[in-house]
Design a protein around this ligand. Sequence first.
Ligand code: TRP
Length: 335
Amino acid sequence: MEITLTGITTTGTPHLGNYVGAILPAIEASRRKDVRSFYFLADYHALVKCHDPALVHRSRLEVAATWLALGLDVENVIFYAQTDIPEILELTWMLTCVTAKGLMNRAHAYKAAVADNVADLDKDPDKGVTMGLFCYPILMAADILMFKASKVPVGKDQIQHLEMARDIAARFNHLYGEHFVLPEAVVDEKTAVLVGLDGRKMSKSYGNTIPLFEPEKALRKLIMRIKTNSLPPEAPKDPDTCTLFELYRAFASTEETTAMRARYAQGIGWGEMKQILFEYLNDRLREPRTHYHDLLARPDHIQQILQRGAARAREYSAPFLAELRHAVGIRPLGT
Ligand code: TRP
């Protein structure tokens, strides 16, 4: 059976851009019966980026609740927190010991951090670079290789990490025998990239996001803030350069989208369009939002779901790690 695996970083509060770009397609895929899927909270990875314990804790809860509220099928997929799988860290070390430092030197995220420092002449090139950041791709390789995933749905920015995982796996296989499956990145070119409040790509780093489960009033306020041009209400408008239309289209059916195009051609006032968009999104999000807040109020229930997922995941990781230990020469003395 095909095995797919995807990691969800637990930093920040999920927004509409995450929803249409990553969460929605992944949740749809979670219902497929012909693949074995692993979905996990990459909370060891969160420690690389975030040293605020309260935020790390909160974000794990919020991200898990978001996926559950939106209908992740946890009977079908194995859903767990990376930090509940101790085998991952042991594998990370085994992989670290066969990974060339030169390979890590080439990682985009590390190189970008160094380039920023070098641009600032009096800075140490490695200022602010932790070993966690430097070795991030090895931890990610362990996540993937542990479950023999052959397909890994990721964003474009993660392609290099998949190439590194393959390199590391091949090196290990060469030294110790064919234990790992070489994984491939699956990048969906069709997934929408949403624009944010200011017209740039919706991203936490630009501070232009619309959080998914914002209360109704706050959602309305954010939508009213979306940048538009100064055409009068009756003027025909171009839907394809309009953030409001983009957002509408990300959620609407083909027929609804076509009908809305016609309204743009006739001329639609920005105030009216914003109200339509607000009502549309609010209708779609109302039910999962309620579910989300119910879940947030029951952290023990979420914890239980994750624990169950971890137990299922460990049915694969524990025996596989025993095999790997044996392969590298860590076995009981006298055998
Ligand atoms: N690095 C990924 C990201 O930032 C998250 C991640 C961690 C991941 N481990 C993974 C994704 C394993 C796929 C497979 O989005």
